[in-house]
Write a protein that binds this ligand. Structure first.
Ligand code: AMP
Length: 274
């Protein structure tokens, strides 16, 4: 596995690889990230992963400084997963001192995470566009764990005519249903024990809505379940799966998306409603 820390090293390495499959990450890798690498690998192209904790997608009062970092552990996992090249840019490479250009996002970025974290998706889109320009992959793999992010990136690629195929990868979960996340390590043991209530509540609401229950009632029950489990729900919504517009009644394609605070951790999850 090659490691590139400068653009010159990256360009030298990508030149020999031909068409690549790309997995952008912020590190602190877990099995969720590895499922993206496995999906990329299975498609047969050489795999490039990046690790960059992107400052512009964190708000002023968010956890940029405490975001977990473990480069040695990450590199060992990437090597074991068969990754061909790792791109480890520094902040000044990604954000040159005179930088005056960024990507502005609307549409699927406006609600939910976009409302709770107003600068978040602009930061994500900007860094992903830069990474695409550097790595120039044929395909890029994103986790459905961040459902809204996949829609924002897909919209950006369509709108800016970027020559890359976006491949969504299903959510990797712990055995009890909790969606894997680098931030789960900050859950205290009793919080971790209660955290699967989120997936359980969303699954139940999806089943009820498919069975014909009123959408508002099913979502209300799900929010109440989260509160009983000690969470502070931010949103639990039935949305159009691509536009992220809220739905009052079931139409397809639909998704239930949710965010809830548990202790100091903001948990995200989503399920299909089919
Ligand atoms: P992050 O390092 O949190 O920015 O995540 C990097 C990529 O891994 C993103 O595309 C995430 O959606 C994806 N990812 C994170 N957790 C999971 C998970 N539990 N299942 C599937 N993909 C995930």
């Amino acid at each position: 596995m090659k490691i590139a820390r400068t653009l010159t090293e990256l360009q030298a390495a990508t030149r020999t690889l031909g068409e690549t499959a790309f997995v952008p990450t912020m590190g602190a890798l877990h099995s969720g990230h590895l499922s993206l690498l496995a999906a990329a690998k299975a498609d047969g192209r050489p795999v490039v992963a990046s690790i960059f904790v992107n400052p512009t997608q964190f708000g002023p009062n968010e956890d940029f400084n405490r975001y977990p970092r473990d480069e040695a552990g990450d590199l060992a996992q990437l090597e074991a997963s068969g990754c061909d090249l790792v791109w480890l840019p520094d902040v000044t490479t990604m954000y040159p001192a005179q930088a005056a250009t960024s990507i502005s996002v609307a549409g699927p970025a406006l609600r939910w995470e976009g409302a709770a974290r107003p600068t978040h998706f602009g930061g994500v889109a900007t860094v992903v566009a830069k990474l695409f320009g550097q790595v120039r992959p044929a395909a890029a793999y994103f986790g459905e764990k961040d459902w809204q992010q996949v829609q924002v990136i897909s919209r950006m690629v369509a709108d800016l005519l970027l020559p890359v195929q976006i491949v969504p990868v299903p959510i990797a979960r712990d055995v009890d249903g909790l969606a894997l996340s680098s931030r789960n390590r900050f859950l205290l043991p009793p919080e971790r024990a209660g955290a699967p209530a989120l997936f359980a509540a969303l699954t139940k609401a999806a089943t009820q809505i498919v069975a014909g229950q009123q959408v508002a009632a099913a979502l209300h029950d799900a929010r109440a379940t989260l509160t009983t489990a000690g969470m502070v729900p931010d949103y639990v919504a039935l949305v159009h799966a691509q536009s992220l517009e809220p739905l009052d009644a079931l139409e397809h394609p639909a998704r239930i998306i949710a965010a809830a605070k548990l202790g100091t951790v903001r948990l995200l999850d989503n399920v299909p409603v089919a």
